[in-house]
Design a binder for this molecule. Structure first.
Ligand SMILES: Cc1cc2nc3c(=O)[nH]c(=O)nc-3n(C[C@H](O)[C@H](O)[C@H](O)COP(=O)(O)OP(=O)(O)OC[C@H]3O[C@@H](n4cnc5c(N)ncnc54)[C@H](O)[C@@H]3O)c2cc1C
Length: 568
């Protein structure tokens, strides 16, 4: 077992992780900061973000922070913590300018100022963008900036496996160096989990295949709850058949949704905002159209509706939506300049995550979580598009600053070996050298199918119970073994660990979803179609215990906006 040591260790090199590393280094240049990432840093899912980052930039033209707060709270179906949303909306604008100063090539208006486009659920066009590749440019800008700090050390293609904590205090993490297959402890005074979302719980997903809930499962196993995991976002426009995202920016630029009768059906569901109602509303409308026989069906039986961008015009599509044009041509053989695109709702975002407070702190002293892995919560039951990259920037900054301040004041207290040796034994003796008859990839596929079927846009108690049964059965199977016996780059081993994480997170998700007998935001129960504020205006907390999931609840912080019925 190799023993490494830093002051701060960050798991994840997406927007949240990189922003945290920069903030910690800016405040305390003497601090040794490690970024551990299972992919190459620039292959984190953040590079896929397409449409924009929400911020109030032009109050003089009619936008306001209060309006950003209200739109976000309304979008969340009133489950967001309003104090956190206020902090968020106040802090994002300076992040946009900060990125600009670090070199971010924001798209521009005619007058040279930063351009913004409309996005779902907003009452002002406040999505700041860079063509339709906002995540790629943000990641490039942050990565470039990280390289200016010699104290930031990247551990690329290192797979983190567990959190080391003693007497409720963070001590470090364990990880596998994938290149050599060596197991290591990375001792640190402070830690930040920024390991992204859990999107690969579903097979039809916009996420990269690396988006598995490893960090969430590390937190669960360390005794931290996952909050509001039953709230998963289904984005209205996943391209058939792969599920690759067609950004909401396409609808913001003038794209419309049509059913097989050529009807612009959103007029019936959201007469005010039409295609730019919040994502939960648009996704439910599409599924309803399909279920009522007004969808299309392709040769493989896949059902969809049309997203028509032809009226936007070739020039604007090439200028502002070139990325999705290329995707549509490569993956569906369709040029959106000429023909509508076939789309249906696709798993896109994890509203829930590691339970943290408004400053991103977990219940383990010295450990924070940020970005999509965390649940602060500003997104509640439904996130508005363009708020996630913004959240990653804001809580990357907050947690990076807090962790640095904490680490500077602490003296070294490295972890004792006991917990790490146990983890090494679990991974190498039990899994790497383990034997078993069940193919872990078949387990992953079956889990995804069960989630696609039981926990998609509309849910029922019966469907969820069926998914629970599948997860329980799969957990009991002997899939925790590795057929590839080589140590170097053993992705078979890390894939098995990912399947284990998926099953743990699925259990937490389903327990919360079965219990929540109401419909709120993205959690739409056919058997309980109404929102129930009397009983369910509260956050779900799911803990991992040897007997299974233990549920608890915590109150929602309401400051200015009393829950009201949502209309778009
Ligand atoms: C296709 C797509 C388009 C999107 N478009 C937008 C948009 O336009 N606007 C917007 O606001 N949001 C958008 N989102 C959402 C947003 O991009 C993400 O929520 C956000 O980028 C997540 O960033 P993150 O830093 O939390 O984590 P990620 O970028 O997901 O990175 C996770 C990191 O954790 C590391 N990691 C995970 N597990 C381990 C482990 N076991 N060991 C070591 N490292 C590990 C990974 O290697 C990676 O570096 C989009 C999402 C998708 C999927």
């Amino acid at each position: 077992m190799e023993r490494l040591k830093h002051d701060l260790v960050i798991v994840g090199s997406g927007i949240a992780g990189l922003r945290a590393a920069i903030e910690a280094s800016r405040l305390s240049p003497g601090l040794s900061v490690a970024i551990v990432t299972k992919t190459q840093a620039m292959r984190s899912h953040s590079v896929c973000a397409e449409g924009g980052t929400a911020a109030v930039l032009y109050p003089e033209l009619g936008d306001s922070v209060e309006s950003h707060v209200f739109d976000t709270v309304k979008g969340s179906d009133y489950l967001a913590d309003q104090d956190a949303v206020e902090k968020f909306a106040n802090m994002v604008p300076s992040e946009i300018y900060q990125l600009e100063h670090w070199g971010m090539p924001w798209s521009r208006r005619e007058d040279g100022r930063i351009a913004q486009r409309d996005f779902g659920g907003y009452s002002y066009p406040r999505a700041t963008f860079a063509e339709d590749k906002v995540g790629f440019y943000e990641m490039q800008t942050l990565y470039d900036t990280c390289t200016k700090f010699p104290n930031i050390i990247f551990y690329q293609e290192w797979f983190a496996t567990s959190i080391l904590a003693e007497q409720g205090e963070f001590r470090g993490i364990t990880a596998i160096e994938m290149k050599s297959g060596e197991f290591a402890t990375i001792a640190a005074k402070a830690g930040i989990i920024a390991s992204g979302g859990a999107g690969r719980l579903f097979s039809f997903a916009t996420y990269g295949h690396s988006s598995t809930p490893d960090g969430m499962s590390m937190a669960l196993r360390a005794g931290i709850a996952l909050k509001d995991m039953e709230f998963f976002q289904f984005h209205p426009s996943g391209l058939i058949p792969s599920g690759i995202l067609i950004t909401e920016g396409a609808r913001a630029e003038g794209g419309i949704l049509l059913n097989k009768d050529g009807e612009r059906f959103m007029k019936r569901y959201a007469p005010g905002k039409l295609e730019l109602a919040s994502r939960d509303v648009v996704s439910r409308a599409i599924i309803t159209e399909i279920e009522e026989g007004r969808g299309f069906r392709d040769g493989d039986g896949l059902e969809y509706v049309n997203l028509d961008l032809t009226q936007i015009g070739a020039q604007r599509i090439k200028e502002r939506l070139n990325g999705i044009r290329e995707i549509a041509m490569k993956f569906n053989n369709t040029d959106p300049v000429e023909k509508p695109l076939p789309v249906r709702p696709v798993c896109h975002y994890t509203m829930g995550g590691i339970d943290v407070d408004i400053d991103g702190a977990t219940r383990i002293k010295g450990l924070w979580a940020a970005g999509e892995a965390a649940c602060v919560s500003i997104n509640g039951a439904n996130r508005l598009g363009a708020n996630s990259t913004a959240e990653c920037l804001v809580w990357g900054r907050i947690t990076g600053g807090a962790a640095a301040e904490y680490a500077v004041k602490r003296s070294d207290s490295p972890p004792s070996d006991g917990q790490a040796l146990k983890e090494e034994k679990r991974i190498f003796d039990e899994i790497f050298h383990g034997k078993g008859g069940t193919n872990p990839y078949a387990v992953r596929d079956e889990l995804q199918r069960a989630m696609d079927k039981g926990a998609y846009v509309f849910r029922t108690g019966e469907g969820l119970a069926e998914a629970v049964k599948v997860v329980r059965r799969l957990k009991a199977e002997d899939y925790l073994h590795c057929d590839d016996s080589s140590r170097r780059y053993n992705t078979n081993l890390t894939n098995v660990l990912e399947v284990e994480s998926l099953l743990l997170a699925a259990e937490a998700f389903l327990a919360g979803a079965v219990a929540r007998t109401e419909s709120r935001g993205a959690h739409a129960r056919r058997d309980y179609p109404k929102r129930d504020d009397v009983n369910w205006l509260k956050h779900t907390l799911a803990y991992h215990t040897p007997e299974g999931v233990r549920l608890d609840y915590s109150p929602v912080k309401i400051t200015r906006f009393q829950p009201a019925e949502r209309h778009y």
